[in-house]
Design a protein around this ligand. Structure first.
Ligand code: DGY
Length: 329
């Protein structure tokens, strides 16, 4: 933990919307006057606004839908929303800016955990970890069988990374160790040194056409929402694999489920979904899906780091400095 702050007359009041790791809550209690959520209940926008009465800050998470209405319902006292996440698509940042509310996030600290989960999705989908585990649990495993069911090798396959930011690059580094050939599309092309031999594609469509395995690693923005749809899935090679550890709404569920049923997409590995935790029911019945419940950042080390990063943002803000991780509309 960083040094204790000098005692002052009154500590900033922070509404903490979810139960956070113990070390993070300890630092919160030491440096702030927090209103914690011991029971880890999910609050409606109305309840959130009521709990935010007289608060200086809201420490939010991805489960808080802070749209314009929710932001506008917050009391005048709230001056900063620090989200315990790198993604901030759950916050209407423009509405916050209009209210003069600063928004911060936690980039960098969950890169490796999320890249690890992405590799788990790739391997899990390619090697049939979903149906394999189900055979054990449901006692349907008869014996070792030479002819099937079978998965597919990842070695030598073209991995198409949609979104080559920190996480995309960390996925590429891991995939190289598995002998995959890296392709990517990103708004901005990386430097030659940053590419490390990866093949750049100027459009998502060009990337899809070259992706035996497609990994979605971009942020959810108006430009990327629904980008994996019937039209773009049709561009993939037959029997491609699709994985998503970014955000559910980048993928059109109906289109992916249809492609999984037809065999156009051989398997999918998903960690994020539209409407979490009530995911599209079509995924559950498919044996060629490997499904995780949004575990990308779910390690003790990473969740602590996310909490400390959110607190660093609050510390800077209440010290009258620019927070290290502001997000802008
Ligand atoms: C984030 O930080 O945006 C992640 O989705 C949480 O795991």
């Amino acid at each position: 933990m960083p040094e204790r702050k000098p005692a002052c007359m009154s500590l900033p009041r922070v509404l903490v919307t979810r139960k956070l790791p113990a070390d993070v809550e300890a630092r919160l209690k030491r440096d702030y006057a927090p209103l914690l959520n011991e029971e880890d209940r999910l609050f409606s926008a109305g309840e959130l606004a009521a709990r935010a009465k007289d608060m200086d800050a809201v420490l939010a998470t991805v489960t808080d839908k802070l749209d314009a209405a929710a932001i506008n319902a917050l009391p005048e006292s709230v001056r900063i929303i620090a989200t315990f996440s790198v993604g901030y698509d759950h916050i209407d940042v423009a509405a916050a800016a209009q209210r003069g509310i600063t928004v911060t996030n936690t980039p960098g600290v969950l890169t490796h955990a999320t890249a690890d989960i992405t590799l788990l999705l790739i391997l899990g989908a390619a090697r049939g970890a979903g149906w394999g585990e189900a055979m054990i649990r449901q006692k349907t495993w008869q014996n070792w069988a030479p002819s099937g069911p079978l998965g597919t090798d990842v070695t030598g396959k073209r991995l198409g990374i949609l979104g080559m930011g920190r996480i995309g690059q960390a996925v590429a580094a891991r995939a190289r160790a598995f002998g995959m050939e890296i392709h990517y599309h990103n708004r901005t092309r990386l430097s030659e040194a940053g590419e490390q031999g990866a093949h750049y594609h100027e459009s998502p469509e060009a990337l899809f056409a070259q992706s035996d395995i497609l990994s979605v690693n971009c942020a959810s923005t108006p430009q990327t929402r629904g980008l994996v749809n019937a039209r773009t899935l049709a561009l993939l090679p037959e029997g491609a694999i699709v994985v998503n550890s970014a955000r559910g709404d980048i993928v059109d569920d109906e289109a992916l489920i249809a492609a999984l049923k037809s065999g156009k997409v051989a398997a999918a590995g998903l960690d994020v979904y539209v409407g979490e935790p009530d995911i599209h029911p079509g995924y559950r019945g498919l044996s060629n899906t490997f499904l995780l419940p949004h575990l990308g950042s779910a390690t003790r080390e990473t969740r602590n780091a996310m909490g400390f990063c959110a607190l660093d943002n609050l510390d800077a803000f209440f010290a009258g400095k620019e927070p290290p991780n502001p997000v802008t509309p």
